[in-house]
Design a binder for this molecule. Structure first.
Ligand code: 6PG
Length: 467
């Protein structure tokens, strides 16, 4: 027997992915050190000629048809290297290893170089959509050798989510292109999550909306232009009753957000590239602030805060819908801008239209907006920033004043709206033909002779500033 596809790491994601592969008519073989996980897959797989598994690496590798296609769904970091080393002695030249985890992109480049010397093709393929996505159709973001992609393409296209029949997977570029795109996907994910949370805070504190009303509000938004996976699940979260006590679960959950690093990496790398992604940055900072729960409680007692002036519910809901739409646009714009620049810096040759396209279904940041973003980047392959697309001007103009109103309300009433205010500041700064940073240049030249350029003449200038 030879199987079409191998998968190492039979946790929830791995098990679901392999069952998805089998549902689509490919035979699949799993591998995990844990005998229980192996047994669970064999049981769930039903017919062992279609889905099988083993704890033995050599049996696993030998069961696969060549060139072998072996996907790893194991935790990012050292484990990936350990698994690669365990596979290597059993592989043949031309075999393919696909890392489906959230590996840091420079690790992927290192692994790709190392494996290339041994004649093994390596893909870093971001997989988004959580456990359900893995089972029913994720968005897959592969990067690696273009020639080797032909072997994984039929399987990935079959198992991926479909948007109007089109698969949510595409070859994205060489080396770590796939992991890089997934990293920025997660940065955008952090931004959208922060925005949906702070709008919830506002609706609750300023509008007095109950969980039931929040549930209805997000559900209504989800059937309009804000339609997205995150808005949809947010609506469902407000409906969930607490199974350990009275009331709604959301009110019982500790307000400390954890993170595994991908959002932070997005921000860090954006800084390295020199591309501003302030809504993503602040989303990372807010998870950090949230972690300081004990300090926040002390400070809350020390400073207190204004009692929010109440706002008519309908007005607030309508302003919030617009502000959320506006700030979602800003978040995608920042992420896409980062991708455009990273593509040049790292030689990925990314097609931004293709990326937006494979994000339209399956992944965590899927949203109706991505259809418009896809069109904008398909219409202009060299578009530097979404905000420069003529198709986005009216969408932004129509919603920006709501963002202004809510940001000023939040500032006056002590409700933190960091994502929204950063999105607005980003917009105001990016669309300012003239910023006051001429003064910074003057200051730099004043105290450090750092020189400056002029608006009216070419060249580099320095002035002996008068004390
Ligand atoms: C996805 C997600 C996923 C990520 C989680 C957790 O696209 O399915 O991005 O890959 O691991 O969202 O991320 P944090 O633990 O950092 O919030």
């Amino acid at each position: 027997d030879t199987y079409d596809f191998g998968l190492v790491g039979l946790g929830v994601m791995g098990r679901n992915f392999i069952l998805n592969v089998a549902d689509n008519g490919f035979t699949a073989y799993g591998n995990d050190l844990d005998q229980e996980k192996v047994n669970a897959l064999i049981e769930e797989g039903g017919d062992p000629s279609k889905v099988n598994a083993t704890t033995e690496v050599s049996d696993f590798v030998n069961a696969l048809s060549t060139p072998r296609k072996i996907m790893l769904l194991v935790p990012a970091g050292k484990v990936v290297d350990i698994v690669i080393e365990s596979l290597l002695p059993h592989l043949d030249k031309g075999d393919i290893i696909i890392d489906g985890g959230n590996s840091f992109f420079t690790d992927t480049d290192r692994r790709e170089g190392y494996l290339q010397e041994k004649g093994i093709n390596f893909f870093g393929a971001g997989v988004s959509g959580g456990a359900k996505g893995a089972r029913k159709g994720p968005s897959i973001m592969p990067g690696g050798s273009r020639e080797a992609y032909q072997y994984v393409k039929p399987i990935f296209e079959a198992v991926s989510a479909k948007y109007k029949g089109e698969p949510c997977v595409a070859y994205l570029g060489p080396k770590s292109a796939g992991n890089y795109v997934k990293m920025v996907h997660n940065g955008i994910e952090y931004g959208l999550m922060q925005l949906t949370s702070e709008i919830y805070d506002l609706l609750k504190k300023a509008g007095g909306l109950t969980n039931e009303e929040l549930h209805q509000t997000y559900a209504a938004w989800n059937s309009g232009r804000l339609q997205s996976f995150l808005v949809e699940i947010t609506s469902e979260i407000f409906a969930q009753k607490d199974d350990l006590g009275d009331g709604h679960l959301v009110d019982k959950i500790l307000d400390k957000a954890k993170q595994k690093g991908t959002g932070k990496w997005t921000s860090q790398n954006a800084m390295d590239l020199g591309i501003p992604v302030p809504t993503i940055d602040i989303a990372v900072s807010m998870r950090e602030i949230s972690a300081l729960k004990a300090e926040r409680i002390k400070a809350d007692e020390l400073y207190g805060r204004p009692k929010p002036e109440s706002v008519v519910k309908d007005t607030l809901v309508s302003l919030s819908e617009k502000a959320l739409y506006f700030s979602f646009i800003m978040t995608y714009a920042q992420g896409m801008h980062q991708l455009a620049d990273a593509s040049k810096e790292y030689g990925y040759e990314l097609q931004l239209g293709e990326i937006a396209k494979i994000w339209r279904a399956g992944c965590i940041i899927r949203a109706a907006l991505l259809a418009d973003i896809t069109e904008a980047f398909q219409a202009d392959g060299n578009l530097q920033n979404l905000l420069l697309s003529p198709s986005f001007v009216s969408k932004v103009q129509e919603t920006v004043s709501a963002a202004r109103e809510l940001v000023s309300y939040g500032a006056t009433n002590g409700i933190p709206l960091p994502g929204l205010s950063n999105a607005l500041t980003y917009f105001d700064a990016y669309t300012s033909g003239r910023l006051p940073l001429n003064l910074i240049q003057a200051q730099r030249d004043y105290f450090g002779s750092h020189t400056y350029e002029r608006l009216d003449q070419e060249g580099i200038f320095h002035t002996e500033w008068e004390d």
